[in-house]
Design a protein. Structure first.
Ligand code: GCU
Length: 136
């Protein structure tokens, strides 16, 4: 397929828990990062070829401040803002561009501040237009 979806609740979690008390999530729940720096959600993303990919994070942030995540693909991190969405039941997307390599890729989203991350619903990985990249 040209895109693959990963539910956050199916990822490998550290200092984060699965919850379902705020409506509007997909799958069976979402991940609530602990309110500390360093908690993460990790996925293994298989790709058929090396090339640029778009990682779309669906999240909610019911606070008034940013809940930034460091999004690392195979260890190379990109600081990424997850701005307030207005309510914990209001879900929006943030997109990160990264290069995936052929074979398994490790995608880890780590809370960058002591407030912890946003509530994370899912990550969708897709190839960019004009490339022959695809998810295995
Ligand atoms: C509230 C909210 C949680 C959220 C948390 C936070 O407790 O109910 O879903 O994760 O705030 O600030 O991270």
């Amino acid at each position: 397929p040209d895109a693959a979806g990963y539910e956050a609740e199916n990822g490998t979690l550290s200092q984060a828990v699965v919850e379902s008390n705020h409506a509007g999530y997909t799958g069976t729940g979402f991940v609530n990062y602990d309110n500390v720096a360093g908690g993460y959600v990790e996925f293994t993303v298989p790709a058929t070829t090396t090339g640029p990919a778009t990682l779309t994070f669906r999240y909610a942030n019911g606070t008034t401040g940013d809940r930034p995540l460091a999004v690392a693909v195979n260890g190379t991190a990109t600081a990424t803002a997850f701005p307030a969405t207005g309510a914990w039941t209001t879900w929006r997307t943030v997109t990160v561009t990264a290069t995936l390599v052929a074979g398994p890729n490790t995608v880890r989203a780590t809370a960058a501040t002591a407030a912890g991350g946003p509530n994370l619903d899912s990550v969708t990985v897709g190839g960019q237009a004009g490339t022959d990249w695809s998810v295995a």
